[in-house]
Design a protein around this ligand. Structure first.
Ligand SMILES: Cc1cc2nc3c(=O)[nH]c(=O)nc-3n(C[C@H](O)[C@H](O)[C@H](O)COP(=O)(O)O)c2cc1C
Ligand SMILES: [Fe+2]
Ligand SMILES: [Fe+2]
Length: 409
């Protein structure tokens, strides 16, 4: 299968990958597809490409439909190489094509594929592009799946091209959801959401808000089935799965301080948690009954431990307290470190060491990169002294930690 007409002027030009596909340390047992689309308008446009491995095959197929020299635009919604991987092959042949992506996407593509000399069109939320007989509209959807991501909507055809969103990892040759039994793919569609999208739940809510007034006739994602039948149903599934339901999750915030800066951080963390529906209780170790506190930690759903740094070490009773946790059973419970500091902030690292030793699942940069592809380390939360921008960071960190508690099974 090399191409397939999906509407009057639109062709699927993707690749069905029916191997057991290794991806993000998982094996996609049912394979996947890389869906790329060619819009044969007056200014022919390609939306996303295919995996890096299939560049040559992709170009051979594309040449059956169009002379690549005629392509005017290449829209790259998401830079990960399962979609942008064939861009170098395509750009080499589609010599006059301008590459359309977000600002962050353009910067990444230039560096990754050495496209510094190429002409880019940088788009942001709501921007449109007339491709002759069709107008594309773009919406930034950060973290769905990675930070630079956007989605594309064709306003005439009313097709949404959301790249990783609304995808399913299934190597289907049927391609349209109405050609398959729902039982064939619905479960995998939800599993995909849980794995790839749920860690970024607030961004899913933002995305749903951006597309809520669009009239969507078909969803043409970049993996698995094209949702031609009942696209609204799949949007509703995302809505239901990303909706913040009331929970009884509870986090404990435990800390020591010298001059009260870390106290302020603890309070703002608590507010951030509350904003995502997670209750918390704050304990200054100076005036806390430890036995009572330890019992509460066994019952809680997450733990935040804070200390400022004094002569390169933790302050107050934090170390003694962390030592007392070493014989408990906290395996898999989310925890993170925080604190105010002046210039080095060693205390925060030592807290992490103890939390890891005691079996907690430490939410830190390593965890965020491996679990979510996020490279901005908000946790552990390190704040220089304490000012309003630091406290805003604490609010965000509370939300991020709260989300982790919510998704922790
Ligand atoms: C005696 C003393 C020693 C300090 N030593 C360090 C240090 O080794 N490294 C560092 O990053 N900050 C150091 N600081 C800065 C504090 O960590 C910083 O002022 C912090 O905001 C205090 O927070 P707190 O009010 O929660 O205790 C020191 C401060 C004091 C007063
Ligand atoms: Fe992706
Ligand atoms: Fe993908």
């Amino acid at each position: 299968m090399s191409f397939l007409k999906i509407s009057e002027n639109v062709f699927w030009i993707g690749k069905v990958d029916d191997r057991k596909v290794p991806f993000h340390r998982l094996i996609l047992e049912r394979g996947t597809t890389y869906n790329s689309y060619l819009l044969l308008t007056d200014k022919p446009t390609v939306i996303d490409t295919v995996d890096l491995m299939y560049g040559k095959e992709y170009m051979d197929n594309l040449a059956k439909l169009i002379d690549p020299q005629e392509i005017e635009y290449i829209v790259i919604n998401h830079v990960e190489p399962d979609h942008a991987g064939a861009l170098p092959a395509l750009a080499a042949k589609a010599k006059k094509a301008k590459i359309v992506s977000t600002a962050l996407g353009a910067a990444l593509l230039k560096d990754m594929f050495k496209l510094h000399n190429r002409e880019f069109i940088v788009v942001s939320d709501g921007d449109t592009l007339d491709i002759g007989g069709e107008v594309l509209q773009f919406f930034e959807t950060p973290y769905l799946h990675t930070e630079e991501t956007m989605i594309t909507y064709s306003t005439e055809d009313r097709v949404l091209y959301p790249c990783d969103l609304f995808s399913t990892h299934i190597a289907t040759y049927e391609l349209f959801n109405d050609l398959a039994e729902e039982t064939e793919y619905l479960e995998d569609f939800k599993v995909y959401y849980n794995l790839i999208m749920s860690p970024h739940r607030p961004y899913v809510r933002d995305m749903l808000d951006k597309i809520k007034d669009l009239d969507i006739k078909m969803i043409a994602p970049s993996h698995g089935y094209i949702l031609r039948k009942d696209p609204g149903k799949f949007i509703k599934i995302y809505d239901e799965m990303s909706y913040l339901k009331p929970t009884d999750k509870k986090v404990l915030i435990v800390y020591s301080t010298m001059t009260g800066n870390t106290t302020k951080i603890a309070q703002r963390l608590s507010e951030g948690l509350k904003a995502v529906g997670v209750e918390s209780e704050i304990f200054n170790l100076k005036n806390t009954d430890w036995e009572e506190l330890k019992a509460k930690i066994s019952d809680c759903d997450g733990l935040l431990v804070g200390s400022s740094t004094k002569y390169g070490d933790m302050v107050g009773a934090v170390e003694e307290f962390l030592k007392s946790l070493q014989d408990g059973d906290f395996k898999g419970k989310p925890a993170a470190a925080f604190g105010s500091y002046g210039w080095s902030g060693e205390a925060i690292m030592y807290i992490e060491d103890y939390l890891k030793e005691a079996g907690f699942k430490v939410i830190n940069q390593r965890y965020m990169i491996a679990g979510q592809g996020v490279d901005t380390p908000i946790l552990p939360l390190r704040i220089k002294f304490v000012k309003e921008d630091g406290l805003e960071k604490a609010d965000t960190a509370g939300r991020v930690f709260g989300e982790q508690v919510l998704v922790n099974a």
